[in-house]
Design a protein around this ligand. Sequence first.
Ligand SMILES: Nc1cc(-c2ccc3ccn(Cc4ccc(CN5CCCCC5)cc4)c3c2)n[nH]1
Length: 238
Amino acid sequence: MRIDVLTVLPGLFDCFLKEGVIGKAISSGKVEVKVHNIRDFTTDKHRVVDDVPYGGGPGMVLKPEPIFRAYDELTKEGEKPYVLLTEPWGEKFNQEMAVELSKKPRLMIICGRYEGVDERVKSLVDREVSIGDYVLTGGELPAMVIMDAVLRLIPGVLGNLESLRADSFSDRGLLGYPNYTRPAEFRGMKVPEVLLSGHHKKIESWRKEQSLRKTLERRPEIIENLKRKGLLTKEELE
Ligand SMILES: Nc1cc(-c2ccc3ccn(Cc4ccc(CN5CCCCC5)cc4)c3c2)n[nH]1
């Protein structure tokens, strides 16, 4: 997969693209992520990327020309990207969308700043995406959240963990099961016996039951949603 990111703050992505699972996936060439400074696509001496909003109002708006110039330049050859624009009020990002986006060969993520992008930029956009009902200072953190959730789903990115990972849970949006590691008892708190039993079938069913119970308690709508889609097995429903 290739991802092109358009932003006026490219430096925000430096650590994200170097560290951890994402950093390894890029350095190993499993995925390609290129961050582009919108300012590099201006043509005036002062490299202006924003201007005051028509009709008045607070702050500045990102001008359309530099973004369109970047889009045209980056889509001259190769597959057309599926274009995301991060917004406070876009479609809510979730695991289902992450799975769908992970199947696209090429993504472009346009990151707004200031009061957002000129409305005409949306003529380039396939999906306006929000990562939650709260207002951040710009679209870069949402872009990193989206890339993190999407890239970890690319085959080979999670390495050998992938085959072992019970992602049928989180891929269906179920909450995770409790995790423990040594010591078996810490400050009087013991690890559940079943996890020390070495009985894999029992451990798996305990984890599934914990995940379903936690989801039912905290996010019953996820269970209802899975029921409606027929994505819960008979024994999971018991
Ligand atoms: N999930 C999530 C994504 C974002 C996000 C994404 C992209 C951008 C680009 C700029 N901001 C900051 C911002 C957004 C909205 C306003 C309100 N303002 C009211 C008057 C008309 C114009 C807009 C102000 C500043 C962004 C914020 N926040 N949260």
